[in-house]
Design a protein around this ligand. Structure first.
Ligand code: ZN
Ligand code: ZN
Length: 166
């Protein structure tokens, strides 16, 4: 593969992963996979969450891509690299910036702040119904997310925490 093909494969994998993460989070984690995702949305003291099992499953699939990619298809190996990169970005943003599992620094301005606000608003609903901001790297304007939470609440589609002010 040429470096251009490698670059395009990794980039499409990265972009594809944000789309995949959004769909999986909305329809699997907040659907039939709620049993594993639930403890991530509820207060707890344990360091590990059942929700971390999703990372183990996706990590295993990613490892299999490297094995099959090395044996049969170059592009699959590089596609796997994109998934790994996304995983690193995801865990730095989600576990690091938002949930403070690695450090205690909170961004006060710019896009990093917006990412944190958007995911905090994802945690503003109680239970698996409704909710906003299922992606992790592309974040909408928090004011728009709050307005959407408000309309979900009024329509009876979601239970929203009072602290959000929606
Ligand atoms: Zn969630
Ligand atoms: Zn979270």
């Amino acid at each position: 593969m040429s470096w251009l093909e490698v670059f395009l494969t990794v980039m499409s994998s990265l972009i594809g992963m944000e789309v995949f993460a959004w769909v999986a989070h909305k329809y699997i984690m907040h659907g039939w996979g709620w049993g594993w995702h639930r403890d991530h949305h509820e207060p707890h003291d344990n360091v590990l969450e059942k929700n971390d099992l999703f990372a183990v499953v996706f990590g295993t699939i990613n490892a299999a891509m490297y094995i099959y990619g090395a044996l049969y298809w170059d592009w699959l190996w590089w596609f796997g690299v994109g998934i790994t990169l996304y995983g690193v970005i995801y865990t730095l943003v989600h576990d690091g910036l938002v949930h403070q599992r690695y450090w205690r620094w909170v961004p006060r301005k710019g896009y990093a702040k917006r990412l944190v606000q958007a995911h905090k608003l994802h945690h503003a609903t109680i239970g698996k119904e409704g909710g906003v901001s299922f992606g992790f790297v592309i974040a909408r304007d928090p004011a728009k997310l709050k307005a959407e939470l408000k309309s979900q609440k009024e329509a009876g589609l979601a239970v929203v925490r009072d602290s959000v002010g929606a």
